[in-house]
Design a protein around this ligand. Structure first.
Ligand code: KMT
Ligand code: NI
Length: 187
């Protein structure tokens, strides 16, 4: 099945639940592309020899790569890290994640500041543009293995919201506004 994304309901209950609206409101992938969120579906079973992945890395200059297993046994400070991942933030650079096993949710802010939940599963490579507000959580399966890619020396610094004066945020808002003609609401 193609990668699914949907507008989230307002709720403070367990983030690992899907949080669909009622009725469900799916978001097409071309809408995500308008927000600058890019996606590829690849074959995760042989990622070391995958020519498609190699091409994406070459074209986009992603020379750095590491793997991240998100489970209590393999991730130091598991609870703290998950809490930080789910705190709304931006980065000065793209966030590139390739799901090799398991699944999880990337939430990004769309038009009118609405949360869009993106369900990534094994084979989904996703790129969030610099400056987009986002967060991440595991789903109820509680496990994901991610490849992290980066151009040059990796910088993982997260800037928590609000960041309206951050250059990456300003640039993102400007390019998004130009593309779809709708201003992102500032907070
Ligand atoms: C980040 O910046 O690392 C995130 O947004 C979390 C997703 S990858 C575990
Ligand atoms: Ni992030």
């Amino acid at each position: 099945m193609a990668m699914e994304a949907w507008f989230m309901e307002d709720s403070d209950s367990d983030p690992r639940l899907p949080h669909h609206r009622n009725p469900k409101e799916f978001v097409p992938l071309d809408h995500l592309a308008e927000l600058g969120v890019l996606h590829w579906r690849l074959n995760p079973t042989d990622y070391e020899n995958d020519q498609e992945l190699r091409k994406i890395r070459e074209t986009r200059g992603y020379n750095y790569m590491d793997l991240l297993d998100i489970c209590p046994e393999k991730l130091n400070n598991y609870e703290d890290k998950l809490k930080n991942f789910y705190t709304e933030h931006i980065h000065a650079d793209e966030e590139i994640r390739y799901c090799l096993e398991g699944s999880g949710y990337f939430d990004v802010r769309g038009k009118d500041d609405r949360w869009i939940r993106i369900w990534i599963k094994a084979g989904d490579l996703i790129i969030l543009p610099a400056g987009i507000y986002h967060r991440f959580t595991l789903d109820t399966t509680n496990y994901v293995k991610l490849m992290r890619l980066f151009m040059g020396e990796p910088v993982w610094t997260a800037y928590n919201r609000p960041q309206e004066e951050h250059p990456a945020r300003k640039e993102y808002v400007e390019s998004f506004t130009k593309k779809v003609g709708v201003a992102l609401k500032a907070h």
